[in-house]
Each structure stands twice: as structure tokens, then as C-alpha cells.
Design a protein around this ligand. Structure first.
Ligand SMILES: [Mg+2]
Length: 389
């Protein structure tokens, strides 16, 4: 089998609002075609224009080759070799960040092709089923422009998630800092007030995670507030401080009364090794659409397991990467939960329209996928409607 074409689409929701924090308003969709008629689908979570340029830009020398040219004519089933060829061949521009994010979309599409070619769900090709079911947590993102609207919307989403059968919920609580919702600028006691309200709405049975999205400048500042959160029984606290402040992460691990989670933006196993060994984080959160795809996710999961760390993959995108994340989770014994943005609990059009999910979600649990590849169907009308480049 040979790759005959690589199509890269920039999709943008027609109601996108650049003042919102949601990266699910756009996507870079990659479709890889083969001479046997099998097609693979992947996407990544970075600027879709940058990812498209990374894949399609002409090469000028050996360490900056054209990624699309590397792919065309190659065997799509030899994924490890292709991954390495692209990673090394694009090293001067890629190696980390957007380049590796773009490779993630290609890698996802290659695994989709492999599954379809071998008539097997991707998780079986990754090494088989390591757990019988995967528990998704509902990711709650607030709406509204005032503190009261913000709090009320999170409580309403939490109640809805509970009624949909979710066993775990993650609430964004970002009232200040670089990710502050809709220009809000509230004191830390308001953050605690929202955490308390969401916990009360959920009751004691449902696992609760809190994402403050880099709210505090350092561990000293973060601990002033979160040291008193033991009563809310938080499963983990996500990204309390800036992603590169490894020393603060280590101190948070030592002193905070809950697990510390991070890694949503990282690419490659090397960045995760630093975060785990030096940042001492308890929960690693690779995003399959950013870290280097399924191929790199598996390496990150293995390293995490060797260091007794939990994996809870990040994913805030469409059904394409959510399905890839589910396949990864079934093959990852130390994966406790996966992030899941349910179509019923979000406003993102691409999440609702771009593709079907490659799995069934029943009674708060994801069942093992049965269809070949990632198991997704693309909605071609949505691609036409939202393509901008
Ligand atoms: Mg986050």
C-alpha cells in the first residue's frame, strides 16, 4: 500500500469568538489517501493554519523537508519509520510545539488507515485491550460574562453531567490569570466559592477535578488558596501554575492536598519526562492531537507507568481526536479517565457536527470500540461548510 495524497483542511466554526478560551472552535483535519482506496483521518490541536503550512511547505534542505512529500509514495502501515522520518526531516522547524502537533494529526490518520487495512479497531493494533471500560470525565466550560453567570452556568452544566450518568467531572474555574474567562478578574475567594458550588451540585459520589488554567504565578501563591481545598475532595488540580515552572510543580506535588495534573500543551516524550521527573506531577495529561499522536502517546504512557504516574489524556477537540483518545485509553493500563466534551454539554459546532464518535457511551462508561480503524465517519457537508483554507 502506498500513500497517494495528503489533504489538509483548516476548519473554523462560523460562530467562533476569539475572546473565548475554547480551542474546539477550529481544527486542522488531515485526510491521507492511499492507492488501495483506504483513507485515514486525523486532527491536531494547534493553529490549523500553522499545521497546514508545516505539512505543505516546500523543503529546502535535509533538516527541513516537505512533510507531504515525505509521505507521498511511502507505506502508510510502517508508522514508526514514517514518524521518525518526519520528526527528523522537519527538525529545524518542528521538533517541539506546532510541528509535533501537526505530526499528531498525520500519525492519527496513519493508525486509522492501518486499522481499516487490517480490519481491526486501532486499540488492538496498539497492543490490545488493557482495561474493560474507559471512564470519561465530562469537561465543563462556563458561559456568561459576570461572576454570577459564570458560577450559575457551571452549576447547571454539573447538574446536567450528573443527569447524563457521568461518574467524573472536570470543572474549569478560571476567574483570573492568562486564561481568564471573558475578561473576568476576581479574587481567589471567588474561585473557592465556585469549587464549593460545583462540588455541592455534584454531591459526594462523583469524582471532581478542577482546572484553574495557569491561574497563579508560582506555588507559593497557589498554595495560599488550594491548601484549604481538602474538604472538596478534589481528584486532581490541573495546571495551577505556568507550564514551564517545573520547580513550582514539584513544590505543589509536595505540599498541595490533592494530586497535581499537567501536560496538555506538551509535545514529545522528552517534555513529559522533564515534567514527571523534575516537576513530580502525579497525573500526566498528553493530548493525542498535540504530543505526537498515538505513537508518542504510548511512549509517554509507558514512561509514566514506569514512574508510577497516572495518565488522564487531555482532549478538547472533535470526535476525531476524542475517538483516538479512547483507543489510546483502552490500551493504557494506567489511564484512569479520559477527557470528554459531550456534544450535549458544549456549544462547539465542530464537536457536534464534524464526525461521529468511534465508540458507544453507555451509563457513564465508554465501551470498547468495535469498528475498524478509529471507527469514525466524517460529515463531508460540515467540511465544506466550515473549510476556510
Ligand atoms: Mg486544561
Amino acid at each position: 500500500m502506498k500513500i497517494t495524497d495528503v489533504e489538509t483542511y483548516v476548519l473554523l466554526a462560523d460562530n467562533y469568538d476569539p475572546s473565548l478560551t475554547s480551542s474546539a472552535q477550529d481544527t486542522c483535519l488531515v485526510i491521507i489517501k492511499t492507492d488501495e482506496g483506504v483513507e485515514g483521518y486525523g486532527e491536531c490541536d494547534t493553529s490549523p493554519w500553522v499545521a497546514k503550512a508545516f505539512i505543505e511547505s516546500p523543503g529546502t534542505h535535509t533538516m527541513d523537508q516537505c512533510v507531504k512529500e515525505i509521505l507521498i509514495g511511502s507505506d502508510p502501515l510502517d508508522i514508526d519509520t514514517l514518524w521518525e522520518k518526519i520528526y527528523v526531516g522537519s527538525a529545524m522547524t518542528g521538533r517541539r510545539g506546532a510541528g509535533v502537533n501537526a505530526i499528531s494529526a498525520i500519525d492519527m490518520a496513519l493508525w486509522d488507515i492501518k486499522g481499516k487495512a487490517k480490519n481491526k479497531p486501532v486499540f488492538e493494533l496498539l497492543g490490545g485491550k488493557k482495561q474493560e471500560e474507559v471512564i470519561p470525565y465530562a469537561s465543563l466550560q462556563p458561559i456568561g460574562h459576570s461572576f454570577q453567570e459564570y458560577k450559575d452556568s457551571l452549576v447547571a452544566w454539573a447538574e446536567k453531567a450528573k443527569s447524563l450518568g457521568f461518574k467524573a467531572v472536570k470543572s474549569e474555574v478560571t476567574l483570573n490569570g492568562p486564561y481568564a474567562h471573558s475578561g473576568l478578574h476576581e479574587e481567589d475567594d471567588k474561585t473557592t466559592e465556585v469549587v464549593a458550588a460545583v462540588r455541592k451540585a455534584l454531591g459526594p459520589e462523583i469524582k471532581l477535578m478542577i482546572d484553574v488554567q495557569y491561574r497563579w504565578k508560582n506555588a507559593e501563591e497557589a498554595l495560599r488558596t488550594v491548601k484549604d481545598w481538602a474538604e472538596f475532595d478534589i481528584y486532581f488540580l490541573e495546571t495551577p501554575v505556568w507550564t514551564d515552572d517545573i520547580k513550582s510543580y514539584a513544590r505543589m506535588h509536595d505540599e498541595a492536598p490533592m494530586k497535581i495534573a499537567a501536560g496538555e500543551w506538551l509535545s514529545t516524550r522528552y517534555e513529559f519526562e522533564d515534567l514527571i521527573v523534575n516537576g513530580k506531577i502525579d497525573v500526566a495529561q498528553p493530548d493525542v492531537g498535540r504530543c505526537g499522536g498515538l505513537t508518542e502517546s504510548i511512549k509517554i504512557a509507558k514512561f509514566s507507568q514506569e514512574h508510577n504516574r497516572i495518565i488522564v489524556p487531555h482532549c478538547w477537540k472533535t470526535s476525531v481526536s476524542i475517538s483516538a483518545t479512547a483507543h489510546f485509553a483502552f490500551n493504557t493500563p494506567n489511564c484512569a479517565f479520559i477527557e470528554y466534551l459531550p456534544p450535549q454539554l458544549c456549544v462547539e459546532i465542530l464537536r457536534k457536527e464534524l464526525a461521529t464518535e468511534g465508540f458507544d457511551f453507555i451509563d457513564g462508561k465508554i465501551k470498547p470500540p468495535t469498528k475498524p480503524g478509529l471507527g469514525i465517519e466524517l460529515n463531508r457537508d460540515a467540511i465544506k461548510k466550515y473549510q476556510v483554507a
